[in-house]
Structure formats: structure tokens, C-alpha cells
Write a protein that binds this ligand. Sequence first.
Ligand SMILES: [Fe+2]
Ligand SMILES: [Fe+2]
Ligand SMILES: [Fe+2]
Length: 280
Amino acid sequence: MDKEKVIELLNKDLQDEHGAIIQYLTHAYGMGEGEMACEIEAMARDEMRHLDWLAETIVELGGIPSLERGTMKMGGASVHDWMVNNVSLEQGAIAQYEEQIHAIDDPKIKRLLRRILSDELAHRDDFEHFAQKSHRETMEDVRGTKSDDMIRTLNWGIEHEYTVILQYLLQRYLTPNEEAAEELEDQAINEMQHLGWLAEKVVDMGGTPVIEHAEVDRSTSTADMLSADIKIEREVADAYDKASTKADDLKLKKLLLRLRDNEIYHAEVFGDLLEEEKSG
Ligand SMILES: [Fe+2]
Ligand SMILES: [Fe+2]
Ligand SMILES: [Fe+2]
């Protein structure tokens, strides 16, 4: 199989991993705190690792990782329905990986896909178990329909966080600057935490987290990437700062200030990297 075809197949996997991450996070936030939600979040983190390995392999092959979001099976009124959807999503992934392991010749890529497949098989079994458990315990969607200025602001924050997660991951794969790549990955992981904090807060406040992203910066030089990152970090630090002045509850205020301070830190780290990039 030629390289272009392999890149195309791996990008399809990457897109589907991306879809699975968002599907599972949506479920974890939508079922309220508990052991099952934690385990599902851990599975979303497995999918993030898969996404990372696939993206690295695509870059090694000379391709560009896709940022499109692939297949999702959302919908369903109860946690039981969601878990049944997740079993079916995993089954689709299992079939796709099995087919590719068969079709691709490169032993390194075959080995990687087998490694991912072993996780998907475990996930399918876990979701089957969760489907039974959520049925027995009649677990419901805990998200509410409330929407006010603060919930809208937090959802704007979620959109921002999701956007920069994708942006920093993509940049991390594309920049030849190793120090920048390491920082970008670190900050992307921090932005994933931010997304989780915001989503949980929205649910706490009786709303529904909206996990959609905005336009991702597509700069090709490291200096342009970092400039775009500094700009967006400054904007969001300001927005969280403003929102914190409108927060009437202390926990929410503290959350927004913590987010603000993290973003200020990101802007400064990226600022140093930009200076070095320009001088080096
Ligand atoms: Fe996966
Ligand atoms: Fe953030
Ligand atoms: Fe940030």
C-alpha cells in the first residue's frame, strides 16, 4: 500500500478518535459525578493517546494530521442509551482497525494499530458492562436547560479551550522547534483540564455544556504559530478576568481567576518561546 493511502487511512482513524473523545466527554459530563463518569473520562484519555500516536505516525509519513471530527453516535435519552451507542461506536472502531491491520504492510504501523485495537476491545467490554449497570440503576441525563449570561460565558470558554487544544496539538506536530513542541503539548493538556472544569461547572449550574470549537489557527511557521497563541491567550485571560468580576459565587469566581492565571502563564511561556525563536 502506498504512503498516501496509509496517511489517508490513519487520518480517518484520527478523526474517529477525535469523535470518540468528544462523545465520551459529553457522556461523562452529562451523567454527573461518580465512578462511571471517572472511568469514561479515563477512556476518553485513552482515545487522546490514540489520537496522539496516530498524529505522530502521520507526521512521520510526511502527512498533516486532520482536525476534522469523525463519526459520533450522540443522541439517546438516558445513560443506558448512551452506553449502547458507545458499544456500537467501539464496534465500528474495532472493525476498522482489524481491516487496516490486515491491509497495511508496515510492521511498525501494524503493531501500533494492534496496540490501539486492544484498548478498543477493552472499551467495548466496559461499555457493555456500563450499559447493564446504567439500566439497572436507571441513570439519567443530569444536564439542565438553563441558560443565562454566566452559562453562556462558560460555554464560550469551553469553545475556546476546545479550539486551543486542537490548535496546540496541531502546532506541536508541525513545529520543528522541540522546546516549543514540548510546551505546546503541556499547555494542550492543561487546556483539556480547563475544558473539564468549565463543563462540570456548566452542569452544576443547571446548563448543558456545548462542546464545539471555533476556527483553528493554521500558521505554518513557528513564529506565526506562537504569535497567534499569545494573542488568543491574552484575549481569553481578559475574558475570564471580566467574567470573574460578574461571578456572585465564590467558587465560581475562584475558578475563573485560576483559569485567567493559567492563561496568563501560557501567554508568557509562548512569549519567551517566540523571543527565542526570533533570536535563534
Ligand atoms: Fe481509540
Ligand atoms: Fe485554557
Ligand atoms: Fe491557555
